[in-house]
Design a protein around this ligand. Structure first.
Ligand code: PLP
Length: 300
């Protein structure tokens, strides 16, 4: 990145200093913003965004689930992401797309009008540790996952992340990296910002959609496994399954396949053999060495 960060806001590139919203905006004071985070990768043909189309679809779905209206269409968002990445020249990094009601709303609980849009391009480094697969430890969170009848969990909405904040804080306070949340029925749902996978008796298992965010990394792994002939099931997982698993990993946009070395007292090889195959395949995909998956990338 050369110099100051430029943020795309409603069609204009602004320096960080001017990319602001009022504290009393609905999105800040009520937590109603929706967002996406996705990777940008450097290829020999310039920067490419990983699964941008799927991320924009998920953003549009978040808006729909929450009864919100987008201001910009799919194609306009692709162009805006492209402008932001090119203007900031970040190399490997993260794109963050935020859709929000940015005007001051002191008491208005249901604002009208479409959502503002802001796009950030953030280079790897500092707070970001993209692609760093240092194995992590997990525990069962003392907090339960939000119930899907209280808020749509498929919406990637800022307000939902208080649940994730609490789960992560609980885990860190107890000396673990990640807290896994159970749903109301005691099934394992996901981590604060990551999908969860286990390997048991040669099969890969992950919780089904319904009570979790539809992770794009999760979706990508599910698309890769048939090519690797790894038997895979989207299936409810109990806490006992975590304890008797042979391998565990988490999946999110920052580290697509992140090996877990420990669930509470139970140790895992990290990475175990299936996790390692997936890490290798994912690395080939992300390094543009596997042409079968070139459609995962959007040139910017
Ligand atoms: C609750 C939750 N689950 C799963 C994920 C992983 O999703 P993705 O792979 O799209 O990053 C995230 C990402 O932020 C998340 O917040």
């Amino acid at each position: 990145m050369n110099g100051e960060r430029l943020v795309w806001m409603n069609g204009t590139l602004k320096t960080d200093e001017y990319a602001k919203v009022p504290i009393l905006s609905h999105s800040f004071s009520r937590g109603s913003a929706i967002f996406e985070s996705l990777g940008v990768h450097e290829s020999s043909k310039g920067p490419k965004a990983f699964r941008l189309d799927r991320h924009i679809c998920r953003l549009e779905r978040s808006a729909e689930l929450l009864g919100m209206e987008m201001k910009y269409c799919h194609e306009e968002i692709i162009e805006a992401v492209s402008q932001t990445v090119r203007a900031n020249n970040i190399g490997r990094g993260l794109i963050k797309i935020m859709a929000y009601w940015g005007h001051e709303a002191v008491v208005d609980l249901v604002p009208k009008g479409p959502l503002d849009l802001a796009i950030f391009a953030i280079p790897n480094g500092g707070e970001l540790h993209l692609d760093e697969p240092t194995p992590i430890s997990t525990c069962l969170s003392k907090w339960r996952k939000l119930h899907p009848s209280t808020v749509p969990l498929e919406a990637k909405a800022v307000g939902n992340y208080l649940n994730g904040y609490l789960a992560r804080k609980d885990a860190l306070d107890r000396g673990f990296d990640i807290g896994l949340l159970q749903d109301e029925n005691g099934f394992v749902a996901e981590g604060s910002t990551e999908s969860v996978f286990i390997v048991k008796d040669g099969s890969l298992l992950t919780p089904p959609l319904g009570g979790i965010l539809s992770g794009i990394s999760r979706m990508t792994i599910l698309e890769l496994v048939p090519h690797l002939k790894i038997p895979t099931l989207e299936k409810e997982i109990r806490v006992e399954d975590l304890r008797s698993a042979d391998e565990m990993f988490t999946a999110h946009s920052g580290v697509k396949v992140h090996p877990v070395y420990k669930f509470e007292e139970h140790d895992f090889p990290a990475p175990g053999p299936i996790t390692e195959r997936l890490m290798q395949t994912m690395e080939d995909v992300l390094s543009f060495r596997d042409d079968r998956f070139s459609h995962f990338f959007q040139s910017l």
